[in-house]
Design a protein. Structure first.
Length: 288
């Protein structure tokens, strides 16, 4: 394991000690779930498996990006750690996502990938699956978007809306949460999966890659700053608090999530839970 141990002066600090213990429990839960449900612990790790992992060589950190779980702000932090920016405040959203300043692990050769997997501190941040799903839906379908509306919206509306208007079919805008869930649960999906609603299990392969640190969106500030402390990041670097997109809008909360799921039938709710079952289990989220 490549999680730095607590420094001797931190061992007397009950907060650090309990956060460290929390990490031990989360990793144990993850491993137990993997050994119970997965037989692929001896599979070969391919570049595909590490395509969502970002590299900060300077601090020897690997971060698996889970969208809607603080990923924009994590990338800002990695850019500062890598010496690409002086402060997280100066980095625009588009720079983070389209600037290609951060290297991904699949960009290295076989040896480079394995060396980093074996020696760097590997971390990921997760979020309650239904909240993450609603957050993604609100972000991609309730705001103008020149990718999700034409690509996903059109396909979803034409397949699941019986008397769709010509306008709706033309723009792909106005997908309802119910229609979105129908698409998500359809084994013959009209358009493929997307990283914003895929399982963490598929995005980060936690049964194949032994993550050293598992943070949660729900305790983001505490977990993130604990992680930065563990890797010896500069003292003035703290995890940014700002909401990255649609900053005037309320963050997706449990209450907001319930309002969306209330629009579904009990069967759809159950099937949505089944869809994310492994994520619920692996990261110890209770059934909503």
């Amino acid at each position: 394991p490549n999680l730095p141990t607590l420094r001797s002066e931190d061992r007397d600090n009950s907060k650090w000690r309990s956060l460290y213990e929390t990490q031990r429990e989360r990793k144990q839960m993850m491993r137990e779930t993997c050994s119970k449900y997965k037989s692929n612990s001896r599979r070969i790790i391919t570049p595909y498996h590490v395509s969502r992992i970002f590299v900060a060589d300077k601090y020897r950190v690997l971060y698996c990006e889970v969208p809607k779980a603080g990923c924009s702000n994590w990338k800002r932090v990695l850019m500062v750690l890598n010496g690409l920016a002086a402060s997280t405040k100066d980095i625009q959203h588009n720079t983070v996502h389209y600037g290609n300043y951060l290297k991904r692990l699949d960009g290295f050769d076989h040896q480079g990938i394995y060396h980093r997997l074996n020696t760097y501190t590997k971390m990921l941040f997760v979020r309650e699956p239904f909240e993450k799903l609603v957050s993604a839906f609100r972000d991609k379908f309730e705001h103008p978007n020149n990718y999700y509306h034409p690509v996903f919206g059109k396909a979803i509306i034409s397949r699941y809306r019986p008397n769709a208007t010509r306008e709706a079919l033309r723009t792909g805008s106005g997908v309802t949460f119910r229609e979105f869930i129908q698409y998500l649960l359809d084994v013959h999906r009209p358009v493929g999966m997307d990283i914003h609603w895929d399982h963490v299990n598929r995005l980060c392969s936690p049964c194949l890659i032994d993550y050293d640190f598992v943070g949660k969106f729900e305790s983001m500030e505490e977990d993130a700053n604990f992680f930065l402390h563990l890797i010896g990041a500069p003292q003035n670097l703290t995890f940014p608090k700002f909401k990255d997109r649609h900053s005037t809008e309320e963050r997706t909360t449990t209450k907001i999530t319930q309002q969306y799921f209330a629009q579904l039938s009990p069967a759809q709710r159950q099937r949505s839970y089944d869809f994310y079952y492994m994520d619920y289990l692996m990261f110890n989220y209770s059934k909503p």
